[in-house]
Design a protein around this ligand. Structure first.
Ligand SMILES: Nc1ncnc2c1ncn2[C@@H]1O[C@H](COP(=O)(O)OP(=O)(O)OP(=O)(O)O)[C@@H](O)[C@H]1O
Length: 358
């Protein structure tokens, strides 16, 4: 796929610390992609992180459990990171429709773990550098850390899926940073605790000490690992919720599919766009440079330190469950799944104070 060719931007998918993500069509191939647009003008302090994210993404394209990276290009004053479109959204998105059951957590965690096993086998550590509540104590303390830091984050993510929020979510992030290394590993809160089996509690405890390979054989995952339909029902639950409320980052009256707004997303791109006043060599100081997309890519990749560390395939939640990119959720479902979806829909409508229809 040629990254410097044309894209048609569709709706906004969401936004994160570094930029806004759009759904888009790559005109040459007709492929649907996701494009993260980073405003280079305001990203000064984060440029190192962005560079690291691109480096890691560029090297990690060989697992169905990790979001595929297609390339990066500069359009005007924005850096575009083109990647696989995950039509189920992120786990964080799915959580907006309510916390997960133990079965659902097992199914998602199993796939997240497969992504981590792949990354670790490539000597890469995910280590989300910016999300404080999920950070392992050794990362917070800037001590030596290894891939176990990711397993800690996975455990925190599992707690978040069970309770809807990570531990210490009621604290200011800086306060949480002090508490995490000081306190014993967190557990489920008293409300969530009784809803889960001993196997799950044990799994959480293990996440704080064990490596990813050992965890794949944990009895908790053996029970839940093969229930792919569950992911689908969670996506449907989230999509049902989106039917009534706008996706993260969009106002209620914004249509789902909207043409890009001038100044918001750049859709017009000419060769001139690639001649922004920007030093692509260091991504930190600005000197006038005429660059092509290829040279951007080469420079970005060459500039990134060889010793990879902080990985930012976005959050621990973004190691994508297998097949999300290709599953068409509108296809007809087995009766048992349809029943489960209906139950979730009713639960959600109930939570919103509405009555479920027929
Ligand atoms: N490849 C993708 N396919 C589909 N949706 C995506 C994709 N990447 C991101 N999104 C959507 O865009 C949102 C923002 O993603 P982004 O990577 O910018 O931030 P984040 O990782 O969620 O947050 P942060 O950067 O603060 O950690 C996500 O929550 C998700 O809804």
């Amino acid at each position: 796929m040629r990254i410097d060719s044309e894209y048609t931007l569709l709706e906004k998918l969401g936004s994160g610390s570094f930029g806004v993500v759009y759904k888009a069509i790559h005109e040459e191939t007709g492929r649907t992609v996701a494009i993260k647009q980073i405003d280079l003008d305001s990203a000064d302090e984060d440029l190192d992180h962005i560079r690291q994210e691109i480096q890691v993404l560029a090297q990690c394209c060989n697992s169905p459990f990790v979001t595929r990276y297609y390339g990066a290009t500069v359009r005007g004053f924005r850096l575009w990171i083109v990647m696989e479109y995950m039509n189920g959204g992120s786990c964080l998105d799915l959580l907006r429709a309510g916390s997960f059951t133990e079965e659902q957590i097992g199914c998602v965690v199993y796939q997240l773990l497969q992504g981590l096993v792949y990354l670790h086998s490539e000597s890469k550590i995910h280590r989300d550098i910016k999300c404080k509540y999920w950070m392992a104590p050794e990362v917070i303390q800037r001590a030596q850390y290894n891939e176990k830091a990711d397993i800690w984050s996975l455990g925190i993510t599992a707690i978040e899926m069970a309770q809807g929020l990570p531990p210490y979510a009621n604290l200011h992030p800086m306060k949480a940073l002090f508490q995490i290394p000081k306190n014993p590993p967190p557990e489920l809160d008293d409300v969530a605790k009784p809803r889960f089996t001993d196997a799950f509690h044990d799994f959480l405890r293990c996440c704080l000490v064990k490596d990813a390979h050992q965890l794949l054989t944990h009895s908790f995952l053996r029970t839940h690992s093969r229930q792919g339909d569950l992911v689908r029902t969670m996506v449907l639950r989230y999509q049902a919720m989106r039917g009534n409320s706008p996706p993260h980052g969009q106002s209620k009256d914004t249509p789902d599919r909207q043409p890009p707004v001038a100044g918001d997303a750049d859709t017009s791109h000419t060769e001139d766009d690639f001649q922004w006043d920007f030093d692509l060599g260091t991504l930190s100081t600005r000197t006038a440079l005429n660059v092509t997309t290829e040279s951007l890519k080469r420079t970005l990749l060459a500039e990134i330190p060889a010793s990879v560390s902080p990985m930012a395939v976005p959050s621990p939640l973004r190691v994508s469950p297998a097949g999300w990119a290709s599953i068409d959720y509108s296809e007809s479902l087995p009766a048992s799944t349809a029943k489960a979806i209906d139950a979730m829909r009713k639960r959600w409508l109930h939570q919103c104070g509405q009555t479920a229809g027929p």
